[in-house]
Design a protein around this ligand. Structure first.
Ligand code: HEM
Ligand code: HEM
Length: 197
């Protein structure tokens, strides 16, 4: 049975689902965000912007749940033998990823408010404006949204590269333990510290 909670050696199913669902949504959001501006004006363009906003708001809700779950369920210990500097770099990267997972939807919401547009979640829920109509704020929040996105993209690339490095070069369980048991074979034998990978 896959544990619901995180154990000392593995991420549980809830953390795994939240991690990969959010990763997929962020790739979709990047693609929507980077292409929607070039669409010809019309109902399709409006629907694409609305989808970007609704999915972005969903990500904001998901990161709140994820952070609460993280505080409740904790995290597995780092893989045995990891040098302390790598533990620190990983912790700093994960912290920054969490910050950006909040900052992106919030700057999106802010720029939308400052532009004077209403905001709905999939046409079902009306959300309040975070600020009144303000062109200077609109410009500022739009640049912040764009720059924070590129920072997120760079960090995600480094993060995914590190995960692949652990798996392919170091041969440890870092990536395997973020996936259901048995999906990835860990090249090294399970150690005493990682008996259940
Ligand atoms: C994790 C969540 C989000 C990601 C990854 C994301 C990503 C992006 C990206 C890559 C762009 C294109 C930037 C560029 O032109 O270079 C963009 C633009 C935009 N985003 Fe988001 N976004 C997110 C959430 C939101 C939310 C929640 C809203 C609104 C409620 C929003 C509203 C907008 C708008 C209106 C634009 C067009 C800005 C303009 O060029 O005038 N975004 N977003
Ligand atoms: C938009 C994409 C992604 C985001 C925002 C993201 C975010 C995060 C965050 C915040 C954590 C820390 C979890 C915590 O401590 O609560 C994490 C862990 C992890 N991520 Fe990602 N991730 C993304 C994509 C990926 C990809 C593509 C891979 C693999 C190729 C990956 C592999 C991992 C692994 C293996 C861990 C666990 C690290 C450990 O056990 O110390 N992630 N991710």
């Amino acid at each position: 049975m896959m544990p619901l909670k995180n154990t000392a050696t593995r991420w549980g199913i809830i953390s795994q689902l939240l991690h990969w669902l959010m990763a997929i949504l962020i790739v979709a959001m990047a693609w929507l965000g980077l292409t929607m501006g070039d669409l010809p004006n019309g109902p399709d363009k409006i629907a694409t912007y609305a989808l970007h906003k609704s999915l972005g708001l969903s990500l904001l809700a998901l990161v709140v749940l994820r952070l609460l779950w993280r505080l409740l369920a904790g995290a597995p210990a780092h893989v045995a033998g990891t040098p302390p500097w790598q533990v620190r770099v990983a912790a700093a990267t994960h912290f920054m990823l969490y910050v950006l997972l909040f900052a992106l939807p919030l700057t999106g919401w802010l720029l939308n408010s400052a532009a004077g547009f209403p905001l709905q979640w999939f046409g079902l829920i009306n959300l309040p404006a975070l600020a009144g109509h303000d062109e200077a704020l609109h410009t500022l929040a739009t640049s912040a949204h764009e720059w924070l996105f590129w920072l997120l993209a760079a960090l995600v690339l480094a993060h995914a590269g590190a995960a692949l490095f652990h798996h392919l070069i170091q041969g440890d369980a870092t990536l395997a333990r973020m996936l259901p048991r048995g999906w990835l074979r860990t090249p090294t034998k399970p150690t005493q510290e990682n008996p259940d990978v």
